[in-house]
Design a protein around this ligand. Structure first.
Ligand code: G
Ligand code: G
Ligand code: MN
Ligand code: NA
Length: 256
């Protein structure tokens, strides 16, 4: 397809891609504790393409291997300075295909070594496609790979928690540290039923020693409920949009 050809050309030329970073905020203090790295692609004609569109294409075509390696290197390089100055961590999205690569753990550890970012400052964020598209053997292998990375202090987050039919299965199949609760649960959190669901998810997380993070927080009302339910960490347009590295650095200097 046209998009696949454009992506391949861009990966080969090393142009068109950029990382943006969205703050993860402590809802009690408003301090920035982490950032999520989000990939952006601008096609040669100047149109920007959503990762929701191009990441699946990069996975299907196998380009995600090289692209994912670039994302990790860039995110850890940027985050190294922010970690040194402000103590924040960086969360990097990884696709199922990356995780099924036997070299994945070695590549991640090599990036930490090159950039000097400590393992404890890196979170890998994975979605349910990791399990849905994998065989039992592949899943066991992914589990072992993640466990190896965790031994270096790297944390594992489940993205979009609560939306996939196999979400609960993750909790006993994969070694994880962080639950990112999907914005679908956050958007109506001020209504009784959604609030009850959200509270149950936060309690579930806590009982399993997982850190809950609310995604897609857009209003002060929602943030108030998060404080009340003691879901301490949140991310969303209320706090900040995903920003290019220089803007994020400026924001950190102002208020981290
Ligand atoms: O940032 P935005 O809302 O446009 O992201 C859309 C989707 O693309 C989200 O599900 C996000 O997790 C995913 N995504 C963003 N950046 C990356 C990346 O670097 N790697 C992978 N695998 N997915 C990403
Ligand atoms: O699937 P994942 O959670 O990784 O998706 C991250 C995407 O969510 C980013 O592309 C980002 O632009 C988007 N996002 C971040 N905060 C908000 C928000 O408050 N509201 C909405 N609608 N989208 C958000
Ligand atoms: Mn994500
Ligand atoms: Na997310």
């Amino acid at each position: 397809t046209v998009l696949a050809d454009r992506l391949r050309a861009a990966v080969e030329a090393g142009t068109g891609f950029a990382m943006h970073y969205q703050p993860v905020v402590d809802v009690h203090t408003n301090r920035i504790t982490a950032v999520e790295a989000l990939l952006r692609f601008t096609a040669p004609d100047g149109t920007s393409v959503s990762p929701a569109v191009f990441v699946p294409v990069a996975e299907e075509t196998g380009l995600i291997g090289r692209l994912g390696a670039w994302v990790l290197e860039q995110a850890c390089t940027d985050a190294k300075a922010w970690h040194d100055e402000h103590g924040i961590s960086v969360t990097v999205n990884v696709s199922g295909r990356q995780l099924r690569n036997p070299q994945f753990a070695d590549e991640v550890l090599a990036v930490l070594k090159r950039t000097g970012l400590p393992g404890a400052a890196l979170v890998l964020e994975i979605t349910e496609t990791v399990l849905v598209t994998a065989s039992i053997e592949q899943t066991a292998e992914v589990s072992r790979r993640l466990a190896r990375l965790r031994a270096f202090g790297i944390r594992i987050a489940i993205d979009d928690f609560g939306t996939g039919y196999s979400s609960l299965a993750y909790l006993r199949t994969l070694p994880i540290d962080v639950l990112k609760i999907d914005r679908a649960f956050v958007s109506r959190i001020e209504e009784r039923q959604d609030k009850a669901l959200f509270r149950a998810v936060v309690e579930l997380a806590r009982s399993m020693y997982l850190q809950p993070v609310a995604e897609g927080v857009e209003t002060t009302g929602q943030a108030g409920v998060l404080r009340e339910l003691d879901c301490g960490l949140a991310q969303g347009f209320l706090f900040a949009r995903p920003l290019p590295a220089p803007s994020l650095a400026a924001l950190l200097s102002e208020r981290a």
